[in-house]
Design a protein around this ligand. Structure first.
Ligand SMILES: [Zn+2]
Length: 251
């Protein structure tokens, strides 16, 4: 029915069309607002797990440093974000330091190298005494060349759960931050050799790479890195329930 070139819809059809459109938009916005299924984090798997977080270095041992960027500050900041997320999921978190110091007391009189060895020994000893379920050490990487970048996770090759945890953390960092192609690797480090529980060392990136260093010092990036590590730990805990962890072969 045309009247002076204007097409009139019957009111009933018009109303139905408006309601349908709004309903469709509502459903679409709810659907888009939901996280995709693959981002689901099985945080329940962390309940009552004892997790030791080791913010690398501290006090008179700054770790690696480039310009204004200092490893001990970055490791502490990311560890604090991680501790909060793990605690919220119900894990019992033990931070080996919460401020700028090492674990060696004031009375120590040896060389700086001896002090660093003693510091590492005390970190491992504390975790072993606690009979923790997992040891997560946070470090930044460094190289004389500024070209290398990318986070990388290390594990003790004789620990299947350690390896599984490292692989899952590496996968989450790769997926969530999208700036590393590195793979989790076995590593021959004091902490990995001497802890009596599954342990991983997360090298969160290269402080010697200018762009990555500035990201590592950024609070939002630190929180995103902690979120990826958290998700990886949770994914590994769920999978470790499965006695068939051989299902996850070398990768
Ligand atoms: Zn370090």
């Amino acid at each position: 029915m045309f009247k002076s070139g204007v097409y009139y819809l019957p009111m009933r059809i018009y109303r139905t069309a408006v309601i349908s459109t709004f309903s469709l938009l509502l459903i679409l916005s709810i659907w888009l607002g939901l996280p995709p299924e693959e981002d689901y984090i099985p945080a329940y798997a962390l309940a009552s797990k004892v997790i030791v977080i080791d913010p690398g270095h501290g006090g008179c041992d700054p770790g690696a440093a480039r310009g204004n960027y200092v490893e001990k500050d970055i490791t502490l900041a990311i560890s604090q974000h991680l501790a909060q997320k793990l605690s919220e999921a119900g894990a019992m978190v033990v931070m080996l330091r919460t401020a700028d110091h090492d674990l060696v007391g004031d009375g120590f009189s040896g060389t700086l190298a001896a002090r660093k060895r003693e510091d590492l020994r005390l970190r491992v000893e504390k975790a072993n005494e606690l009979k923790a379920d997992l040891y997560v050490s946070i470090h930044t990487n460094a190289d004389p060349s500024p070209r290398w970048h990318g986070a990388q996770v290390f594990y003790n090759r004789s620990s299947q759960i350690g390896k599984l945890t490292a692989v899952m953390i590496q996968e989450e960092i790769t997926k969530q931050l999208g700036n590393t192609k590195r793979k989790a690797l076995p590593g021959d480090y004091y902490i990995l050799r001497n802890t009596t529980m599954p342990a991983v060392i997360v090298e969160v990136g290269f402080i010697s790479h200018p762009q990555e260093a500035s990201l590592l010092a950024d609070s939002d990036y630190q929180a995103r890195m902690a979120q990826a590590i958290f998700a990886g730990i949770a994914q590994a805990q769920v999978r470790s329930y499965d006695s068939e962890i051989e299902l996850y072969p070398d990768r």
